[in-house]
Write a protein that binds this ligand. Structure first.
Ligand SMILES: CSC[C@@H](O)[C@@H](O)C(=O)COP(=O)(O)O
Length: 348
């Protein structure tokens, strides 16, 4: 299963709106179609959005009309990057990946157009492979936090589908499973897009990792019953102080976990940490269309004209988080010091 299948004439994306009922790829034939696929959540999840945007940029440069000057090339390149940047505001991996493509272009600036195109594609393949490698490292660092025979609750989908492969939160669960820890997963359904019900259960079942689906409002019940040992979620953006933006509902789960003395961990690559933001209050929260709340699947469940709020993410303050599991180690407790130490470790 490939979440993102990169070809030089199109980007093929496993259509996450249709899973688990239909396994179908959407072929994006241009950078504009790639951008629309991100906005419409054909592909979603912070690292997957980043890799897809990078691929969209390479596709845009591949197809751009022959520029008549360097200024014309720059203008076209900026338009492509800006279109990608407008897709979704919260996952910082999007902007991180666009920057990586800009930096890559700077390195091959002097080369002829054909060579620039090739170098940008090579960067995309590199980002794709790198993401899978980092996820495996996150899994290795998180493994020992998962006790044998434990039940792990997760929210949303931070798995292979949300990344280039393997996953972050589900990467840790995968690593524990394949190390023989006999882990069980409780998957929150994750209204309104139902990433937990549709995607997390689907990908864990494929790996034969035991998973039970619960509705979002059952998390407290299972914690009170002593049936949750650990919570692991992903992240869309982490501020310098360790506050974490993740799928709406994560904050409620974190508070429930704190009340019940259950360790709450976040798994994410360093590219999800936005050190330019002092705290989570500065993280932009995407507001999505109200119809996602008025409907379940294609079924409308509320009046078409009912007022709706649909924030896609919330911010969990660092004080509720036991640790942030990254590819270079665990920031625990997460704060400016432990996070800065991870970045120093990554530069060694
Ligand atoms: C490894 S993915 C981490 C996060 O991106 C994930 O938990 C999440 O909130 C995804 O939100 P989505 O709106 O589905 O893109």
């Amino acid at each position: 299963m490939h979440t993102i299948d990169i070809r030089q004439d199109q980007i093929r994306l496993l259509d996450q709106r249709k899973l688990p009922l239909v396994e179908e790829y959407v072929a994006c034939q241009s950078y504009e179609e790639t951008a629309r696929a991100i906005t419409d959540m054909v592909v979603r999840g912070a690292p997957a959005i980043g890799v897809t945007a990078a691929a969209g940029i390479a596709l845009g440069v591949q197809q751009m009309p022959e520029p008549d000057s360097e200024a014309d090339f720059d203008a076209q390149f900026d338009t492509i990057c800006e279109t990608m940047a407008q897709t979704r505001p919260t996952a910082v991996n999007l902007f991180w990946a666009i920057n990586r493509m800009r930096e890559c272009l700077q390195r091959c600036r002097q080369a002829p157009l054909a060579q620039r195109r090739e170098t940008l594609w090579q960067e995309v393949y590199h980002l794709h492979e790198e993401d899978i490698r980092l996820n495996r490292q996150i899994g290795a660092h998180g493994l020992d936090l998962v006790p044998p025979q434990s039940t792990v609750l997760t929210h949303c989908n931070a798995g292979a589908l949300a990344t280039a492969g393997y996953g972050t939160a589900l990467g840790v669960i995968r690593a524990a499973h394949f190390a023989g820890r006999q882990v069980q997963v409780l998957a929150d359904e994750t209204r309104p897009f139902l990433q937990g019900a549709r995607l997390t259960t689907w990908e864990l079942q494929r790996d034969e990792i035991p998973v039970t689906l619960i509705t979002d409002n059952m998390a407290g019940y299972f914690m009170q019953q002593g049936r949750v040992d650990l919570v692991i979620v992903g992240a869309d953006r982490i501020a310098a102080n360790g506050d974490v933006a993740n799928k709406i509902g994560t904050y409620s789960v974190a508070i429930l976990a704190k009340e019940h003395g259950i360790p709450f961990y976040v798994a994410a690559p360093l590219s999800t940490i936005d050190r330019a933001l002092a705290s989570g209050a500065e993280i932009p929260i995407e507001q999505r269309h109200g119809d996602e709340v008025r409907t379940v699947g294609s079924q409308r469940i509320a009046a078409a004209d009912i007022e709706v709020e649909n924030p896609a993410f919330d911010v969990t303050p660092a004080k509720y988080i036991r640790g942030i599991i990254t590819e270079v180690g665990v920031a625990s407790p997460p704060d400016e010091g432990t996070i800065a130490a991870l970045f120093s470790a990554s530069n060694d």
